[in-house]
Design a binder for this molecule. Structure first.
Ligand SMILES: [Fe+2]
Ligand SMILES: [Fe+2]
Length: 154
C-alpha cells in the first residue's frame, strides 16, 4: 500500500521578499507537493523533473554567491551538493524498484527546505538585497566568449 504524506505547501513563512528567489522556491515547493501525491507510475519521471529543477535552483544560488563573494558560500553550496547527491542516490534506488523511498524523500525535502530557506537562503537574500544584486544584469555581464572574440582587433 502506498504511504500517503501531507506535503509542504507554499506559505508566508517561506517568503524571503526577493522575487527572483521566491519564484524558484515556490516552484520547488509545488514540484515536491506534486511528487508526493503523484501516482506510482509517474513518480520517477516527476522525480527527474524535481532533480533538474533543483540543480538549476542550486546552481543559480551558487553563482549569485560567487558573483557577490558571499562569505558563507562554501557551507551553503556544500549543503546544496549534499542534497543533490542524496536526490540522485534516491533516483537510482527508485529505478531499482524502491519508489516508496522517492515519495518519502520528496516529503522530507519539504521539511528540509523550510529550514534551509529560513536560515541559509534567508541570509543570502539579506546579502543580495544589501548589494542591490540583479541576477539578470549579472547574467548579461558574465564573460562571453563570442563577445571577447568580437573585441579582438582584426
Ligand atoms: Fe534556495
Ligand atoms: Fe540555498
Amino acid at each position: 500500500m502506498t504511504q500517503t504524506y501531507t506535503p509542504m505547501t507554499w506559505n508566508q513563512d517561506l517568503v524571503l521578499d526577493l522575487p527572483f528567489l521566491d519564484q524558484v522556491h515556490e516552484e520547488f515547493v509545488d514540484l515536491l507537493a506534486e511528487t508526493v501525491q503523484t501516482e506510482d507510475d509517474m513518480l520517477l519521471p516527476m522525480w527527474s523533473r524535481v532533480i533538474a529543477h533543483t540543480q538549476d535552483h542550486f546552481d543559480r544560488e551558487d553563482q549569485w554567491m560567487e558573483a557577490t563573494q558571499f562569505g558563507p558560500r562554501g557551507c551553503h553550496s556544500g549543503q546544496h551538493a549534499m542534497i543533490l547527491a542524496v536526490m540522485r542516490e534516491c533516483e537510482a534506488r527508485g529505478h531499482g524498484g524502491d519508489k516508496a523511498m522517492v515519495r518519502q524523500l520528496a516529503y522530507e525535502l519539504g521539511i528540509w527546505f523550510a529550514e534551509h530557506a529560513q536560515t541559509m537562503d534567508a541570509g543570502l537574500a539579506v546579502h543580495l538585497k544589501s548589494c542591490g544584486f540583479d541576477p539578470e544584469a549579472a547574467h548579461h555581464s558574465a564573460p562571453d566568449a563570442s563577445a571577447a572574440t568580437a573585441a579582438q582587433p582584426a
